[in-house]
Ligand binder design. Structure first.
Ligand SMILES: [Zn+2]
Length: 277
């Protein structure tokens, strides 16, 4: 069984986030290690983070952290690249203290004229970050929906970036189902041939987490709007088939969807479990 959960708030600290994740019936969760709108490095309450890690270990909870929104691996500007690397190291430190699997980072948005330069920037930024990182937590690169550009939507790119980086062993993947569908890589809900392809490319063996989202918009729309599971264009048929992929067993499968009526994700988590019965 995959480890279901959702994104939870750390407004009351890391330990309380873990408790909320367990209370809603989850066995995993995602959190922002710091303010999601800034790259400013955070001084962490180490005692709280350590209590979170202990609570997760005692209760069999897995967690992943999500880097702040301004994090952009593809940025051209050296000053911004330094700031991004420093922020990511900070995220990795917090993730490690909280006992998390890793830090999700978006592939990156390149605004220049030469796409090859964009890929080089991403590799450079990964190398800069990971040369200064000795912990166990990994960077988990997430596939994109294609709403900014097509860059970062295919398994080929994700696998290539990882293999060209200096420390591939410190990099794994986070697969977002909404992005996969919206980008067109997942073309029809009932057709899971992309998984076979991803396996052949060596992507699936490094899959460490899933963002479990339905998609408001159809396949190929390149529009990134998450829908509650079963309420979007992928729907129950597609998502329940996806959940049966063998690579999902025992990894965090985390909802980034609207909350249920009770303000948690317990209904959607129950629904995911129900689909596997
Ligand atoms: Zn996502």
């Amino acid at each position: 069984m995959p480890r279901f959960g959702s994104h939870v708030s750390i407004s009351k600290g890391y330990l309380e986030a873990a408790k909320a994740a367990l209370a809603q019936g989850g066995s995993s969760f995602q959190y922002f290690p710091k303010n999601p709108r800034s790259l400013v490095v955070k001084t962490v309450n180490r005692a709280d983070a350590a209590r979170c890690a202990l609570f997760c270990r005692d209760n069999g909870l897995f967690s992943i952290a999500h880097s702040p929104y301004p994090t952009n691996l593809a940025s051209e500007d050296p000053a911004q690249q330094d700031q991004t690397a420093a922020s990511l190291i900070n995220d990795l430190e917090i993730a490690e203290m909280c006992g998390s699997v890793g830090v999700v980072v978006h592939f990156g948005i390149y605004k220049g004229k030469d796409p090859l330069q964009g890929y080089k920037n991403i590799i450079q930024c990964l190398d800069k970050t990971l040369s200064a990182w000795q912990g166990k937590a990994k960077l988990l690169i997430e596939n994109q929906a294609g709403d900014h550009a097509l860059m970062g939507t295919t398994f080929e790119e994700l696998v290539q970036i990882r293999s060209l980086a200096r420390y591939p062993e410190k990099i794994a993947f986070c697969l977002d189902t909404c992005h996969l569908f919206a980008s067109g890589v997942w073309s029809e809900p009932e057709n899971l041939s992309f998984a076979k392809h991803a396996r052949k490319l060596g992507y699936m063996e490094h899959l460490a987490a899933v963002h479990m989202n339905d998609s408001v918009y159809p396949s190929g729309s390149r529009r990134d709007r998450h829908a509650a599971v079963g309420e979007g264009c992928i729907g129950e048929e597609g998502l329940s088939a996806f959940l049966k992929l063998p690579e999902l067993q025992a990894i965090p499968v985390v909802l980034e969807t609207r909350k249920d009526q009770d303000g948690t994700h317990s209904d959607q988590i129950r629904l995911l479990k129900h689909w596997l019965e």
